[in-house]
Design a protein around this ligand. Structure first.
Ligand code: PEP
Ligand code: MG
Length: 883
């Protein structure tokens, strides 16, 4: 079969589908040429030749010799020049090109085909001897370096010496004669170092360069890169040989880079830079300031120098034609490199352009509206994670910043404020209208009011599902968690980091999207949730199967989530309602009571409060399903732990300090996450769940009577391991419902279900489903218990685990599909076997993670539940998973 594939001159032997055979660059050049773009003609030596080269002991196999000659003949016939012709020589570039772009291999040899005879021809045809000798000088230098592997220092030195001798500083100050002398010197250097004269035969030069490209596939750098990126060694590289074009042949020549749309804003306007009389490197190197491509961009920037549209109107018109052709062909925004040689446009490269989140959104929506892509494709074009950037304020990219620490990017958005070290101070200062950042070693439910008052939260300890991270995401507050280098002194009200001290009241800035902590105030820019965002969401909703709910427990969060499109509540964590300042003392009385009677008395005080909470949520959610989880955390979380709090709390709860302390120490547990929490509380203190069930049903009846929109409460029991637990609690819930309905004279529909968050529950899901109308996977706890890894302080080793590839990603962020995922599949299958149509959802943090959502789609869950600010991300990710 064929080894050499031609392109250019209006046709190609290959195309985009041939990346494995032609490498990325070769396939791209072939594709551009085949759709009629002006591509300098050339050919690609296919990747299998690379293996043949090694099999032949590092020689270009003889069998491709005639194809190589045909390849050169093709370039000659398109350009009308001949390789090695002393009068009008063809010059070529030689480049490597693997299937995927791969640094570490030989990159490029330019101007190949120059020798002592052809240099004169180039001088004559270009009319510019200096240009010819400079090209030859560069060629010898490049060839010596990348093909012959000689020390390039000696060549640099010779160049410096030539300038010194002449008393000038710039390469451009050397004239044709100087450069000719330098070529002589370079050739002598080659002979000294290499032991042979610089090759004058152009075919020898070509074979040398091709061999060097193949040889570089097995260079140490390339091997390391392949190992790190799991690229198989068998792939091999292709070699691209292509006619040279010159952007530095006077004032009708130029070189540039361009995007078919603005990569920062997504605006449909050509965007780019160019330089007259320059080569590609000059644009990138930044020695000369590139000019604007379009007149409009130049005028907008108030710049004087002429744009390409004004300086080279005909070539610009051709370029604009090419842009449109490219967009129609690739149906995406393109990033392009081009060269103009004496008024003729040549395309060197095109690829899908990198873009900001904002641009990605706008381009996807507009391309769908233009009919360039389907709505489904538009939905697939936007990275759901990037939406996060669009929903929160972000740091002004132009602002300077002094980063003092880095933690986990626990909740996106940027915020500045005065550092404060406790929740009460945060609340007080916020009430005075000050912006504050709450800084804690870690947070607990006692800090909620301070977190709410703060603009952002910083913790020294804790991972992506630590309390701080979960609560901050829920509230839409930026949060950096687990910034281990920060050391906090609560007494002195300071934090130290890297030799810097921040005292209470000093201003710091957090970037919750990167995990960076900065000194002082860094300006932010506000998100714009304009039309494009809404359009994309509509398209996503058309495409998705999964329903999207939210994890919310405050009216505020419920409103936010509904604005973002939540279709119900998947998790209302009732414990948060217990921490309210006005209620905590009744909660503590309940905990401190000696018997059921005492507990009931305290719970009676809480009942109306809970009922009001639920009624409010039912009203906001207006008939949508609302999953309410009964109390989950261990009781000690509601009691004080610091000496100075004891007196006040004992007073308020009506007990003496000794009793309080005794109770605190009784409730102490070594592994509270595995301890007396979840339904275990419901089993041992049945009056707690009874009160909560009553509050739910009373509120539901009241709201049904008031609005006519009957809420659909779904009562959810946490941390169930056995069918018996759920049976006992469900009987109590049903009894309570019956009693309330009798009292209210009306009944409403409700469901009882359980969280599946323990491995045993997943395995015994077949039994448990006998007692449940729904399952909701609590993947925070399920990850913690399946892996035996604490969700609160795994940060200490998880980073190392991810770095070493033991986990592909933090399992608290993205579901561990092989382990936790298998438990979910088992539970889903066994649960549905018992109860066909069993409703299945997920309410762990993974419910807002795009990769985990794709997994949920594959298991066929009915819904995912995400914190309010992640609802749009979940809508988009669910759509992508379904497409
Ligand atoms: C879970 O464990 O996944 C869950 C949603 O519950 P919580 O985070 O409140 O323990
Ligand atoms: Mg849980």
């Amino acid at each position: 079969s064929r080894s050499v594939y031609r392109f250019g001159g209006g046709a190609s032997d290959g195309g985009d589908g041939d990346k494995a055979l032609l490498g990325g660059k070769g396939a791209n050049l072939a594709e551009m040429a085949s759709i009629g773009l002006p591509v300098p003609p050339g050919f690609t030596i296919a990747t299998p030749v690379c293996a043949a080269y090694y099999d032949a002991g590092g020689c270009i196999p003889d069998r491709i010799a005639s194809e190589l000659n045909e390849g050169i003949a093709h370039i000659e016939s398109v350009t009308g020049k001949r390789f090695g012709d002393a009068a009008d020589p063809l010059l070529v570039s030689v480049r490597s090109g693997a299937r995927v772009s791969m640094p570490g291999m030989m990159d490029t040899v330019l101007n190949l085909g120059l020798n002592d005879a052809t240099v004169a021809g180039l001088a004559a045809t270009s009319g510019d001897p200096r240009f010819a000798w400079d090209s030859y000088r560069r060629f010898v230098q490049m060839y010596a370096d990348v093909v012959l592997g000689l020390d390039h220092g000696a060549f640099e030195e010779a160049l410096e010496l030539a300038k010194e001798d002449k008393g000038v500083h710039l390469d451009t100050d050397l004239d044709a004669g100087d450069l000719e002398a330098l070529v002589t010197r370079f050739k002598a250097l080659v002979e000294e170092e290499w032991g042979k004269p610089f090759p004058q035969g152009v075919h020898d030069q070509l074979r040398g360069a091709i061999g060097a490209v193949f040889g570089s596939w097995q260079s140490d750098r390339a091997k390391v890169y392949r190992r790190l990126n799991s690229i198989p060694g068998e792939w091999g590289t292709a070699v691209n040989v292509q006619a040279m074009v010159f952007g530095n042949m006077g004032d009708t020549s130029a070189t540039g880079v361009a995007f078919t749309r603005d990569p920062a804003t997504g605006e449909r306007a050509y965007y780019g830079e160019y330089l007259i009389n320059a080569q590609g490197e000059d644009v990138v190197a930044g020695i000369r300031t590139p000019q604007y491509l379009t007149k409009a961009a130049r005028e907008k920037a108030g710049a004087k120098a002429v744009s390409m549209e004004e300086a080279l109107p005909e070539v610009y018109a051709e370029l604009a034609r090419v842009f449109d052709l490219l967009e129609r062909h690739y149906r995406d925004m393109q990033d392009i490199e081009f060269t103009v040689e004496r008024g003729t446009l040549w395309m060197l490269q095109t690829r899908s352009g990198k873009r900001t989140a904002k641009a990605a959104l706008r381009i996807a929506v507009e391309m769908a509206d233009e009919g360039l892509v389907s709505e489904e494709e538009a939905v697939l074009r936007v990275d759901p994670a990037a939406l996060d950037q669009l929903l929160h304020p972000t740091l002004d990219p132009d602002a300077t910043r002094e980063v003092i620490a880095k933690g986990l990017p626990a909740s996106p958005g940027a915020a500045s404020g005065k550092a404060v070290f406790d929740a009460d101070t945060a609340e007080r200062k916020a009430a005075d209208g000050e912006a504050v950042i709450l800084v804690r070693v870690e947070t607990s439910p006692e800090d909620i009011h301070g977190m709410h008052a703060a603009k952002g939260i910083l913790t020294a300890r804790g991972g992506m599902t630590s309390h701080a991270a979960v609560v901050a995401r829920g509230m839409g507050r930026p949060c950096v968690s687990g910034a281990g280098s920060v050391s906090i002194d609560y007494k002195a009200r300071t934090m130290r980091v890297g030799g810097k001290e921040v005292s209470e009241g000093d201003i710091i800035t957090l970037d919750g999207a990167t995990g960076e902590v900065m000194l002082g105030e860094v300006p932010t820019v506000q998100p714009e949730l304009v039309g494009d965002f809404g359009r994309l969401m509509e398209m996503a909703d058309m495409a998705r199967r999964l329903r999207i709910r939210t994890n919310a427990e405050t009216p505020n969060d419920c409103h936010t989530a509904r604005e973002f499109g939540a279709e119900g509540i998947g998790l209302c964590r009732t414990e948060h309602m217990f921490f309210d300042a006005a209620r905590i003392s009744a909660v503590r009385q309940m905990i401190l009571a000696d018997d059921g009677e005492g507990r009931r008395a305290a719970l009676d005080k809480l009942l109306p409060e809970q009922r009001a909470d639920f009624a409010e949520i039912f009203r906001i959610m207006a008939g949508l399903p609302v999953t309410i989880r009964l109390l989950d955390p261990p009781l000690h979380e509601f009691l004080p732990h610091q000496e100075h709090e004891f007196v006040e709390v004992a007073d308020a709860a009506g007990v003496d300090v000794a009793t309080l302390k005794r109770r605190v120490s009784e409730l102490h547990e070594f592994n509270p996450m595995l301890g007396h929490r979840g339904c275990r509380l419901g089993i041992t203190y049945p009056e707690i769940y009874e009160m909560q069930a009553r509050a739910i049903f009373e509120a539901a009846c009241d709201v049904a009577a008031e609005t006519g929109d009957a809420p659909i409460p779904e009562v959810m029991v946490p941390l169930v391991a056995t069918e018996a637990e759920l049976r006992i609690i469900r009987e109590q819930i049903d009894r309570t419902a019956k009693a309330v309905f009798a009292e209210k004279g009306r009944s409403i529909d409700y469901l009882v279900g359980t969280m599946i968050e323990l491995p045993r529950a997943a395995l015994r899901a077949g039994d448990i489903a006998k007692q449940a109308e729904f399952f909701s996977f609590g993947t925070n706890d399920l990850t913690q218990t399946a892996l035996g890894v604490s969700r609160d302080d795994a940060g200490r080793f998880l980073t190392a685990y991810v770095e070493q590839g033991i986990f592909a990603r933090d399992p608290f962020v993205s579901i561990d599909e092989d382990g936790v995922g298998e438990l979910i599949r088992i539970a889903a299958d066994r649960g549905r076997e018992t109860t066909p149509g069993l409703k299945l959802g997920i309410c762990g943090e993974h419910g807002g993670d795009p990769a985990s959502i794709a997994f949920c789609e594959s298991v066929g869950l009915d819904y995912v539940s995400a914190s309010p600010y992640r609802v749009p991300i979940a809508r988009l990710a669910a759509a992508q998973a379904a497409l």
